[in-house]
Design a protein around this ligand. Sequence first.
Ligand code: ZN
Length: 231
Amino acid sequence: MSAIVLFSGGQDSTACLAWALERFDRVETIGFDYHQRHRIELSQRPVIRAALAQKFPRWAPKLGPDHVIDLSALAAIGATAMTQDIAITLDASGLPNTFVPGRNLLFLTFAAALAYPRGLRHIVGGMCETDFSGYPDCRDDTIKAMQATINLGMDSHFIIETPLMWIDKAATWRLAETLGGQALVDLTVEETHTCYLGTRDQKHDWGYGCGTCPACQLRAEGWRRFRAPGP
Ligand code: ZN
């Protein structure tokens, strides 16, 4: 069984990549360059892949090629705080302006288009409804509808796997620990990047980041609950 993982270089997609390497015989990765306002996630991708292969010899032979797709058109057509240097705010509907309309829909479509000729059956993504950032394209219903649409439109039988859909950020840290022990927790802290502002010169116990943007807050809060002593 083989899979392609939507791999951004963040904590969530790194957990998904480890999850896939534990389950599938062959795993390829796909990332997207949509002129996100910081390049750090993209530049951490090969670092994380190399570290996973080096620290986990059982995964190394399964890790196939990486693919980076240019989606600069996404930045060209719209202003969002993810692709432009503007403050992160909520709009009238409560949606953060880091929302890039259609982004995950495009990502899944491109992943399927790449997976199709390569014979990769499973598409793995870190979409999550639990710590809902307000992104409607992360909802389980959206993903299930995309799976149906892609399979109809490509006459295929892809399975879209979202291992993080119903777990919170503390559980994502625990998932890393379950899959790869302390070594994977350490790798996640040290190499994955989540901060919306691209800050990488401030180190916290949960990793690098500004510490105040919504992504850092979620990550830090998840870490705090992950590290808190049990009942
Ligand atoms: Zn931040």
